[in-house]
Design a protein around this ligand. Structure first.
Ligand SMILES: [Cu+2]
Length: 259
């Protein structure tokens, strides 16, 4: 008896979840997400930054500022996403080979694959992930980047809007010799030293506003968003509520709207 009840309840939830998923695309993926970029654990970078992504349909605009990077060397930068990734920046326990640093592959379980290459010109697909001549060289250790009209798949657009993607800027200098060097080869491209591709700064793109990115009018915009989301949740019912409850952004909004 008990088993049957459980099965029925389980099926009910599965149906609700499936409904939420199938209804998903009807809600435009439009939205804004932002991230505070922080040093990747173990990789010796003392820098920071911010990134903001506006999603409109299947097109995104990316605004990014960062400092504390190895100056005058190309820094590959991407939006990463993986459906089964943690949607986070990697932590030291992701250091599989135990060398004390996190290479790009070791960060995979946290942030997934490259889905957008933040090149200055030309192609922005994952194929340009290591198009070193089209990324910023960080003069003075700083990157100031903005690019619009970046086409992505609707799956990627939705993942970004849902707060599941992560910005990563690559390129570190472990031995502090002012260039990409060292005996360890890159996990992505063996012709390069690992310094050239290891992740330097990282930030998870979330719907919550980031300090310093929004000036004036931020509160009003956020209230509008909160209203919209509550409405969507009411329409979708329990399945979506359960799914949304897993995200910190949702919890924060809920707390705020209660206060
Ligand atoms: Cu990357």
């Amino acid at each position: 008896m008990r088993t049957t009840t459980t099965r029925i309840a389980g099926a009910g939830f599965a149906a609700a979840a499936a409904m939420a998923l199938s209804i998903g695309p009807a809600f435009a993926a439009d939205g804004s997400v932002s991230a505070n970029l922080r040093p990747v654990a173990g990789n010796g970078v003392q820098g920071s930054g911010t990134a903001m992504v506006d999603v409109k349909g299947d097109t995104i605009t990316v605004t990014m500022a960062a400092n504390g990077l190895l100056p005058d060397n190309p820094h590959a930068a991407h939006i990463h996403f993986g459906a089964s990734a943690r949607h986070e920046c990697p932590i030291l326990s992701d250091d599989k080979n135990g060398d004390g640093h996190l290479n790009t592959t070791e960060g995979g379980p946290a942030y997934g694959d490259i889905v957008v290459s933040l090149t200055k010109t030309g192609d922005t697909s994952p194929k340009s992930g290591l198009a070193i001549d089209r990324f910023s060289t960080a003069p003075g250790g700083k990157i100031a980047y903005q690019r619009g009209s970046i086409k992505v798949s609707s799956a990627v657009a939705q993942a970004i809007s849902a707060g599941e993607s992560v910005v990563v800027i690559h390129g570190v200098d472990y031995n502090k010799d002012g260039k990409y060097s060292g005996a360890t080869k890159s996990d992505l491209m063996p012709s390069l030293p690992t310094e050239a591709t290891d992740p330097a700064l990282c930030g998870a793109l979330r719907a919550a506003p980031v300090g310093g990115m929004h000036t004036g009018g931020g509160l009003a915009a956020d209230s509008v968003k909160t209203g919209g989301q509550n409405e969507a949740l009411t329409l979708l019912g329990g399945g979506a509520l359960l799914a949304a409850a897993g995200t910190g952004a949702f919890a924060a909004r809920r707390a705020r709207s209660r206060a």
